[in-house]
Design a protein around this ligand. Structure first.
Ligand SMILES: *[C@@H]1O[C@H](CO)[C@@H](O)[C@H](O)[C@H]1NC(C)=O
Ligand SMILES: *[C@@H]1O[C@H](CO)[C@@H](O)[C@H](O)[C@H]1NC(C)=O
Length: 217
């Protein structure tokens, strides 16, 4: 009996997470985000449709190359529901990435989205890694016009492996996909994760951990 109750409880918990893990289907034409509303919902409350204008669905400037003069050699322009309130509840958004030669988007994951990425310019090496225990790298070198899919939540990366600059556009299955940059979360958390934890976890000595945490030392 106790086991039976446990199974029921776990099913309820599981169903709860499934429900929260995906944005709901629209029940009306649109639900433009009302950032002023104090109502707490999964996403944002709807602006009065009578106040909605075309500008709520508009974002300009994704044709403009980003500045890649930075240590990663890449620039991410990622308008989400915060920049396009009309995306609220719709479960989509877009991202442009510019890459200098060798430029990289370091390993990261989107906690709330799958991604479909296409190369507009250049040659880009892209890969994702399957979850434990397999941890298989699934990767491809993409040329202009090639499209690659990054499944929901998996760790992935991109690098410009061509001679010139590269540009990719991607679409994500969330109005607010989120980004978990692996190195930032593990080595640059605030406060830092104890170096004894990281040294043991990565089987390196503490001085190497401190090197990786260098921006804060
Ligand atoms: C929030 O309210 C202020 C003041 O009424 C208004 O100026 C602003 O446009 C509102 N913002 C949004 C996103 O609705
Ligand atoms: C690009 O960023 C670098 C580093 O911040 C800066 O020095 C440079 O002026 C920027 N270039 C443009 C065109 O904004």
């Amino acid at each position: 009996m106790a086991n039976f109750m446990l199974i029921i409880a776990m099913n309820i918990i599981f169903a709860f997470f499934v429900v929260l893990a995906h944005e709901p289907s629209p029940l009306q034409d649109f639900c433009v985000a009302d950032f002023n509303s104090t109502v707490m919902v999964n996403g944002f409350a709807c602006l009065d449709p009578k106040q909605v204008t075309a500008d709520h669905f508009l974002f300009r400037g994704l044709n403009i190359p980003g500045n890649t003069s930075n240590p990663l050699g890449s620039f991410v322009n990622r308008p989400t529901v915060f920049e396009i309130p009309g995306l609220n509840t719709l479960g989509i958004s877009t991202v442009r990435v510019d890459y200098a030669p060798g430029g990289v988007v370091p390993p990261h994951r989107h906690p709330r989205a799958s991604e479909i990425l296409t190369v507009l310019e250049g040659t880009v090496f892209v890969g994702f890694v399957t979850s434990d225990p397999e941890n298989r790298l699934v990767s491809k070198t993409l040329d202009k016009g090639d499209v690659f899919v990054i499944p929901f939540g998996l760790i992935h990366f991109q690098q410009n492996v061509g001679q010139g600059n590269a540009v990719t556009m991607a679409f994500l299955s969330s109005q607010n996909p989120g980004v978990i940059a692996i190195a930032n979360t593990v080595f640059e958390s605030k406060p830092e994760i104890d170096d004894r934890v990281l040294a043991k976890a990565f089987r390196v000595d503490k001085s190497f951990v401190h090197q990786l945490q260098a921006p804060h030392h």
